[in-house]
Design a binder for this molecule. Sequence first.
Ligand code: SF4
Length: 526
Amino acid sequence: MADRLRIVVLKPSKYMPDGFVERFRRGFMPNSTVPYISSMTPEVVGNMPVEIHTLDEYVHTDLQYLSLLRRETGGQTLLALVGVQSHQFHRALDLAAQAMKDGCLVVIGGPHVMTCDTSLLHGCGVSFALSEAELIWAEILDDAAHGELKPVYGQEKRWQQELQPPVVVPPLKRDLDRYIIPMLGLYPARGCPFVCNFCSVTKIAGRKIRSQSVSTTMGSLRAAKAGGVTTIMFTSDNFNKYPDAPALLTAMIDEKLGLKFFVQCDTQIARQPELVEMLGKAGCFQMFVGAESFDRATLLAARKGQNRPATYHEIVRLCRAHQIGAHFSNIIGFPQDTEKSIYDHLAELRSMGPNCASFYILCPIPGTEQYDDFLAEGLITERNLDRFDTTCLTWRHPNLSAEQLQTLLFTCYSRLFSMGHLLQNLRDLKYRLPGIYGQCLSTIAMTAFNRYSAWTRVHPMSGGMRRVKLDRASDYAALRSKSYGFKLAPLPRSLQLHEHENTIQRMSELNAMETVSHGAFQLKRD
Ligand code: SF4
């Protein structure tokens, strides 16, 4: 038996269309799973001391870290590839094959393996984590300490009933420095009560909203501040559906933490003015809202009936009133879309004037209902999972070609981030960024970056600035074929929920109706 356990928690990047691994000199947003898993890891497993390394491959601009992926004499190495989405799956498999060749144990977890059938690969040597990490991490560590992993973990149950998360230990300064601002992602609540057919959140985290205690989140915030973090990204999908949001915000205000933060809300925030006011007081500098479309019929077809485009103006107004930047997320390329409808959408968005906006091409993400429907209808044309990243067309659109949609995508960016939009943002400047010069500079930089990205046809939300090209898919092609027997992983079937999980989903729908009508902010249900 080995005398020490090295654990490498790694968020893999993806392969770009030219085959290179996507990497940036400076990242925008750190991955939140990596520090979370690291914080859940004890210092000793069995009698073995643990040495832990955390890596976000997107911001590693040399390949030194790959030297960690080998077993050393007398020690055991466990590579945990975390937060793996479908477009990162090939990269995860390649790193897994490389690490296994060099004697490591490997487990892959994250949205893709939780929601898609990976049984074709069970028994290839790599393990798959099909549930939330809290349910299985201790067992994986114990097995790693004994030198052998099971092919699959968490097959029986996808979600933990009650969250008991750790206080998150922030990354070291050298890792924070890899990002434009020292930021930490925290996840105070999980789950979403809605059923948008293009979204995998309800398959990954369920429809029941589960939250951690306010004291745990406050502990993580204090640790983050002490560790040099200045900005928090609350990664919960609907911060406005989190029942303890008022309590958390009150605690942050009372303690004068002085951390800036970013939240994601659904569009029903339009009818929660008290919450928006609290968010502003607590230090929220940007609210990301899934507007997606201004066309009610399109929203209904996507099962996003909770969005009422007539209320979008109110979100911008409320955010502006409380010095929060409104960031609208938009999807182009819904089945109903035409070139004209996308230009109409853009015109409406510009008239509304959110401080920021991002645009994505509709992508049937494996594991979602939309993916199942498109697959059954034979609509999916793309065979390479690397491309399922919402920046390109992967299916046969009835009205638009791939090239048209790409052009429309970048046109949306260049037209939205106009000189007029910049001047309006400069007029609005009261965001909680340090000093007026810093605010002006970051506003100008945001416009310039979005325009430059549109001009160079690189998606601005790729995750960072200044791409670095090092290794590429072809470096791993032979090993992938040998390890897994394919060049490209076949498009997977979605994993079905267990019956008891379907029951939880149905009960959550009823609870959601209750919460929406009697919740802390007296929402009315759409
Ligand atoms: S509201 Fe947002 S998180 Fe919830 S299902 Fe729809 S897109 Fe997903």
